[in-house]
Design a protein around this ligand. Structure first.
Ligand code: PEP
Length: 250
């Protein structure tokens, strides 16, 4: 039985002060929801304030990125041990990082290994562009991303990860994939690829979220699909109605 996980990706929104104030607004509501794991992923500089604000609750904290090296001359980057005092999760390979900051499959693979070595749960993002979707390339592209991300991982390491299937055309566009579309790629491509490379047991254990314009209205329908184990939520995680979204997921 996989416990669903709803994670809010705040992207480059909310200062540390705003983030802590927002948590004080939503923390009791989120903490009252059972049956689902919850995480919020603020901008890096707000992570300590958010970690302090969620203390004593079931709300987890995630970083939106990290580097794979332990320390050194990597200006602007954060090492795993800089986030572990505050975070349980780290989003890796988000399509915005792949598109705007040159993240590669190889780099994402290194980051996943580093995160696991430090006891963090990676939330590994995969997903196709609109052009790839319309060209019928979704299966081969997403399967390739999963294979590259999980290359060299043991079954136990892979089972400890979360995957977020996020079709790029659905992120921030208000255009959600239908339950059938999301469920068939998550089951028939993402979970099937994990089964192919790491075996059925891992494929049944690993949690796979859907991401792309999820809100408090469409979450219940998405969650009803047996292969969808939660959501990575952008815009709708920035508002107090995120509590309703999480409650409707549970
Ligand atoms: C995301 O940030 O990963 C995302 C899915 O954003 P949104 O929910 O706004 O589409």
């Amino acid at each position: 039985m996989r416990t669903p996980i709803i994670a809010g990706n705040w992207k480059m929104n909310k200062t540390a002060v705003e983030a802590a104030a927002f948590i004080s607004q939503i923390r009791d509501g989120l903490n009252a929801v059972s049956g689902v794991d919850i995480a919020v992923c603020p901008p890096a500089i707000a992570i300590p304030a958010v970690a302090e604000a969620v203390k004593g609750t079931k709300i987890g904290v995630g970083a939106q990125n990290m580097y794979f090296e332990e320390s050194g001359a990597f200006t602007g980057e954060l090492a795993p041990n800089m986030i572990t005092p505050f975070c349980q999760y780290v989003i890796l390979g988000h399509s915005e990082r792949r598109a705007y900051f040159g993240e590669t499959d190889e780099g994402v693979n290194k980051k996943i290994k580093a995160a696991l070595a430090h006891g963090l749960t990676p939330m590994v993002c995969v997903g196709e562009s609109l052009e790839q979707n319309e060209a019928g390339e979704t299966h081969s592209f997403v399967s390739g991303q999963v294979k590259a991300a999980f290359a060299g991982l043991t079954a136990d390491q892979a089972a400890a990860c979360v995957i977020a299937y996020e079709p790029i055309w659905a992120i921030g566009t208000g255009r959600t994939a239908t339950v059938e579309q999301a469920g068939s790629i998550i089951g028939g491509t993402v979970r099937a690829t994990i089964a192919e490379i790491l075996g059925d047991d891992v494929a049944q254990q690993i949690r796979i979220q859907y991401g792309g314009s999820v809100n408090e209205k469409n979450i219940a329908e998405l969650m009803a699909h047996p292969d969808i184990d939660g959501a990575l939520v952008g815009g709708a995680s920035l508002k107090p109605t995120f509590v309703d979204l999480v409650a409707n997921a549970a």
